[in-house]
Write a protein that binds this ligand. Structure first.
Ligand code: SF4
Length: 331
């Protein structure tokens, strides 16, 4: 039976940056699919290629130095990479939206949030100034900003970090997108506000049946929100699984190390595990498995032969590790 086209599917995406220091291979064959109403978390340390993947999907990579050298980015079956710039912009405005991690720099400091929100309705929906302002107030209400009628005339600096992130969510949702990409949406916030923002995103996803791609380095924030997780390392997806399976039976040494580095109540008093070493420079990814210099399971074969990208570990669970069975059974 033919599978219905997903709101977002990325196939074998390759992105490189041509720099003076050489070619940085930032994304090396990334694939994923997000169905309607589903949440995919893309997880990994800084520099693993997760934000570059998101920017490639949005079509906002600066080129040069960035170049998409292969793959497909499909919105409901249409490859966005084959579209002319104006059609691509249409999709960006109406169908796929993004929230950035730094709300303060993403908002324009010299205009009120009402003006910035209202402009979306004026430009893309042709509303009058008055109607656009009314819609802006509705959107601030939607993201639970108290006293929205008054706050619509405030400037970004008059909002707290958490409230500013709510404004960013309102702007991203203004044109009712199918797919929302949230790039580290809670990184700059304290833990309580983080939880509130994640709860809000989950509620809005469910109300609007949106697909959500959550980009994060923090395994702790995804457990309650995501349906499935893709773990990235050195520009590759190294493990992909439904969220409960990845927490219960991680099958790649990197995922396992990430999980062991999360504080847990049942391990009170024990030192947190750290992953030794640093991610490789993307201009100089080691031969074989890119994780081998940091991997406790590495053997000679790992330094020579890159593992195939998708060993099937279980239903909808893949790992890019020669020794995934050992890792999985050791749990
Ligand atoms: Fe570690 Fe080898 Fe698996 Fe890579 S292939 S993650 S180096 S055990």
């Amino acid at each position: 039976m033919l599978q219905e086209a997903a709101p977002l599917e990325v196939k074998d995406l390759h992105v490189e940056f041509r720099t003076r220091a050489g070619v940085a291979n930032a994304v090396n064959g990334v694939s994923f699919r997000v169905d309607q109403g589903e949440t995919l978390a893309i997880l990994g340390e800084s520099g693993c290629g997760k934000s570059v993947t998101a920017q490639a999907v949005m079509g906002i990579l600066e080129s040069p130095p960035a170049a998409i050298t292969g793959g497909q980015i499909l919105y409901r079956g249409t490859d966005l990479l084959t579209l002319p710039a104006d059609e691509r912009r249409h999709h960006r405005a109406n169908n796929i939206a993004m929230i950035f991690q730094d709300a303060l720099s993403a908002l324009n400091p010299v205009f009120t949030v009402g003006y910035q929100l209202g402009e979306l309705f004026r430009v893309h929906r042709g509303l009058s100034r008055k109607d656009a302002k009314a819609r802006a107030i509705e959107m601030l209400d939607l993201v639970k900003i108290p006293a929205a009628k008054q706050r619509v005339s405030d400037f970004p600096h008059q909002f707290s970090g958490g409230m500013r992130q709510r404004v960013m969510i309102a702007m991203a949702l203004a044109l009712d997108p199918d797919v929302l990409i949230a790039d580290e949406p809670t990184t700059a916030l304290d833990v309580t506000v983080q939880a509130q923002i994640m709860k809000l995103l989950a509620e809005l996803r469910d109300e609007r049946k949106m697909s959500l791609v959550l980009i994060t380095h923090d395994m702790g924030v995804v457990a309650d929100v995501a349906d499935k997780i893709s773990v990235m390392y050195a520009g590759r997806v190294v493990e992909h699984a439904p969220v409960f399976d990845i927490y219960a039976r991680p099958s790649h040494p990197y995922t396992k190390a990430l999980l062991e580095s999360i504080p847990r109540l049942d391990r009170k008093g024990q030192d947190l595990a750290v992953i030794g070493g640093l991610p490789p420079a993307l201009t100089n990814i080691p031969p074989g498995c890119p994780f081998n210099p940091r991997c406790a399971y590495a053997r000679d074969v790992c330094r020579q032969d890159p593992p195939p990208p998708e060993y099937a570990v279980a239903v909808q669970h893949t790992s890019a590790c020669h020794f995934w069975k050992e890792v999985r059974e050791g749990e």
